[in-house]
Design a protein around this ligand. Structure first.
Ligand SMILES: Cc1cc2nc3c(=O)[nH]c(=O)nc-3n(C[C@H](O)[C@H](O)[C@H](O)COP(=O)(O)O)c2cc1C
Length: 171
C-alpha cells in the first residue's frame, strides 16, 4: 500500500473483530516504530504489547471505561524512558518522538489491514500499575490494535488554506 493511501485509509477504529493478530504482524508493526526519527536519535520510546484479556480489561477501565480498548485483541502502551531532555527550541523531545513513532505504528497497521485508535484519555498511574512500568518511565499513549469491525467515516478536517501559510503568519 502506498503511504498516501495508508494516510487516507487510517481512521480511529472503535469496534474490533474477535480475530487474533499474529506475533509476526505485531513485530512488523513495531518495527515501523523503530524506524522513526527522534531528536538527536535518542529513541526514548518503548512499547509494551498487551494481549492478556484481564490486563486489557484493566487498561480499558484506566482509559475512562472506553470499552473498545478491551475489545481489541492487542493494546500497545507507548512509553518513554526519559531524562526530560529539551531541544534548543524549548520543547520536550520525548512526547514528540513517541508520537512520531506511534503514528508509524498506526500507518503500518493500516497498511497491514488492521485498525488502531490513539488513546490519550487514560489514567497514567493506573496504566503504570497494570503494566508494572517503573516510576521514572512515562506512559504517553495507549493504542488498541486489531482487525476493524466498523467502517471508515468521512474525515472532518480544516480546509488546507486555513492551515497553510506561505512565508509569514497570517490571521
Ligand atoms: C493524541 C490523541 C489522543 C486521542 N485520544 C482518544 C481517546 O482517548 N479516545 C478516542 O476514542 N479517540 C481518541 N483520539 C482519536 C481522535 O478523536 C481522532 O483521531 C480524531 O477525531 C480524528 O478522527 P480519525 O482518527 O478517525 O481521523 C485521540 C487522537 C489523538 C491524536
Amino acid at each position: 500500500m502506498e503511504l498516501s493511501e495508508a494516510m487516507d485509509k487510517r481512521y480511529s477504529v472503535r469496534d474490533y473483530q474477535d480475530r487474533v493478530v499474529s506475533e509476526e504482524t505485531i513485530r512488523d508493526i513495531i518495527e515501523a516504530a523503530r524506524l522513526a526519527p527522534s531528536a538527536a536519535n535518542r529513541q526514548e520510546w518503548r512499547f509494551v504489547v498487551v494481549r492478556d484479556e484481564e490486563k486489557r480489561a484493566q487498561l480499558a477501565k484506566a482509559a475512562h471505561n472506553q470499552a473498545f480498548v478491551a475489545q481489541a485483541p492487542v493494546v500497545i502502551a507507548a512509553c518513554a524512558v526519559t531524562d526530560g531532555h529539551k531541544m534548543a527550541c524549548g520543547q520536550l523531545s520525548y512526547p514528540i518522538d513517541v508520537a512520531i513513532a506511534l503514528e508509524h505504528v498506526a500507518l503500518a497497521a493500516t497498511a497491514a489491514g488492521l485498525g488502531t485508535c490513539w488513546i490519550g484519555a487514560f489514567d497514567e498511574n493506573a496504566a503504570k500499575k497494570i503494566l508494572a512500568v517503573p516510576e521514572d518511565v512515562r506512559v504517553i499513549e495507549l493504542m488498541p490494535l486489531g482487525y476493524p469491525a466498523d467502517k471508515p467515516r468521512p474525515k472532518t478536517r480544516l480546509p488546507l488554506d486555513e492551515i497553510l501559510m506561505w512565508e509569514n503568519w497570517r490571521d
